[in-house]
Ligand binder design. Structure first.
Ligand code: UFG
Length: 322
């Protein structure tokens, strides 16, 4: 299978590319390098520099004998999406429409979409399964859900089969060290913890220690990007075999608190990570964890790299070299 990985030079995308190459697929990366980097490209994957907002560019890439696509390109900062919804509408909705139309025009009918737990909004129960009501709290989450709705219509009307993968908290780095690109100005917890560990920032601010959790800090479901990668490969194989469209959670159902992440990091790297307690961040639910039984049943997928030790060690191996 020849797969076009749109956004394949990014943090998650590059791990997906590696997983597809490992399963013997041919890969072409399509990326505008706005947040992705050439450092993340693999020698044995082709690369087309281009932008999903430019229809001719994505159409050109789609016409390179592509059997299926993985769509990761998009904006992903929850806070920014609330301040600048126009940017998110443009990139995450107009861009998706271009990709889908280019698929129809070039006869490509298999798509894996990088969705998010953000579609659910405030959890009414945890762990959340795919039947949990969808009620995004951010414009970012709204764009992810809109894409899923577009995919359903393009499936019904144009026969595009899709698997939408709702990631929980993506973390970790390739354990063989094949992905080295770091995100600039990271917004997520673990990169921030790493930057504090190497002295790139003073300390980690823990947003809230008065939540109703075991230590008062928020609990999230951290899933290693290598595990996300293997789910994409399995999802493509499912569609190749004629499987029906699916929406699947990807998480471990194990929650870790912010404080546990910091404590574990200190333990694994053998260095202090300075931190302080700060006020709650608006919009953070206390606990977000995934029920991922459906991905297990339908894809035969298991998270195999997502123990905290492994997540932290693989991330530290990249940050420690900075
Ligand atoms: N946190 C801190 N200090 C920081 C950064 C984060 O205490 O400097 C805390 C947050 O309050 C939260 C946890 O660490 O409790 C994880 O925060 P992240 O920002 O890393 O991740 P979120 O759970 O907020 O968001 C993630 C993805 C989003 C997605 C969301 C859906 O990054 O893309 O899950 O659940 F929308």
């Amino acid at each position: 299978m020849h797969i076009l990985v749109i956004g394949g030079a990014g943090y998650i995308g590059s791990h997906v590319v590696k997983a597809l190459l490992n399963r013997g697929m041919n890969v072409t990366v399509f990326d505008n390098l706005s947040t992705g980097t050439k450092i993340n490209l693999f020698d044995n994957a082709d690369f087309i520099e281009g932008d999903i907002l430019k229809y001719e560019q994505i159409l050109f890439a789609m016409k390179q004998n592509v059997d299926g696509i993985v769509l990761l390109a998009g904006k992903k900062a929850v806070g920014e999406s609330m301040e600048n919804p126009m940017k998110y509408a443009f990139n995450n909705i107009n861009g998706v429409v271009n990709v889908l139309n280019a698929m129809v025009e070039s006869g490509v009918n298999k798509a894996i979409f990088s969705s998010s737990a953000a579609v659910y909004g405030v959890p009414q129960y945890s762990p959340m399964d795919e039947e949990h009501p969808v009620n995004p709290m951010s414009f970012y989450g709204f764009t992810k859900h809109e894409t899923e709705r577009l995919l359903k219509w393009y499936d019904e009307l144009k026969g595009i089969k899709f698997v939408s993968l709702r990631y929980f908290n993506a973390v970790g780095y390739d354990e063989q060290g094949d992905v080295k690109g770091l995100e600039e100005n990271p917004q997520n917890l673990l990169p921030i913890v790493m930057e504090a560990a190497i002295g790139k920032r003073d300390k980690v601010k823990i947003f809230g220690n008065d939540y109703e959790t075991r230590d008062g800090t928020c609990i999230r479901d951290y899933i290693h990007v290598t595990d996300l990668g293997s789910a994409h490969a399995l999802a493509l194989e499912l569609l190749e075999k004629g499987g029906a469209s699916q929406i699947l959670n990807l998480g471990t159902s194990q929650g870790s608190s912010v404080l546990e992440m910091i404590t574990k990091t200190q333990e694994v790297i053998g260095r202090p990570v300075p931190y302080e307690f700060a006020p709650r961040r608006a919009g953070d639910p206390a606990v977000v964890t995934a029920k991922a039984d459906k991905a297990r049943e339908i894809l035969g997928w298991e998270a195999q790299h997502s123990d905290l030790d492994n997540i932290i060690r693989s991330t530290w191996n990249v940050y420690n070299k900075q």
